[in-house]
Design a protein around this ligand. Sequence first.
Ligand code: NAD
Length: 261
Amino acid sequence: MSLKGKVALVTGSTSGIGLGIARALGAEGADLMLNGFGDAAMIEDLRGGMEKECGVRVGYSAADIGKPADIAAMVAETQKSFGALDILVNNAGIQFVANVEEFPEDRWNAIIAVNLSGVFFGMQAAIPGMKAKGWGRIINIASAHGLVASPQKVAYVAAKHGVVGMTKVAAIELANHGVTVNAICPGWVLTPLVQKQIEDKAKAQGTDEETVKHAFLADKQPMLLFSTPEQIGALAVFLCSDGAKTITGAPLSIDGGWVAQ
Ligand code: NAD
């Protein structure tokens, strides 16, 4: 229980990678503020289940990460109900694929608002409290697409490269305040976000999902394996540990060799 007494807020933790990270931080004893969309009963099940499983306090905020005022209110609510915010994981993210010349304006704006500006406003709201305590961990979930590009993902790649950049800026500013700021850059993780891309591609190509899964992996990763939300969670736990005290400003790949090529 290395994180007992710490308070963690994980954005987009009702599904996929965020849920895996929240579970991992909770298992180490951190109190949790969950966030994300979904059916109210499903979210309450998750919240109550985690409270029981981990023996920690678990709250939920319905903040829309595309809205700066919601983010500020969520951070304030976390600090009020738990007494502090020690660990911020900026994870909420969305995807849309189309060529540059066909990319819809509203999808561009939505992806930039959630995947890029949401990370900025999250850090801005959380940093003063962390600085005051002299301890904090900020973990931004970027992507292999924060380091290299793929076609048809212009907004996502722009946002994730931006996340890696702002992670470095914040890390430098906070270097002597006990606060580390890092970016995790996953390759393929089989979550609802990727499942939808697989289903769309299988439909478009008139093929089955297993074929598309293999093609997705073979196209990008030397290692033909999806990473799991549990593995991303384990990396987040490590970044919160004393062993990671001097790791800051780093984009950390967990991608089966994707960007090694
Ligand atoms: P997911 O769709 O399973 O989960 C996304 C979560 O974000 C959900 O909880 C959803 O409710 C929440 N969310 C979406 N928009 C929101 C908003 N406006 N306000 C609040 N919450 C919102 O996706 P995932 O695959 O778990 O992705 C999580 C993060 O990991 C994203 O930033 C994504 O870009 C990144 N990532 C995913 C992969 C992958 O292969 N799955 C790879 C690299 C990076």
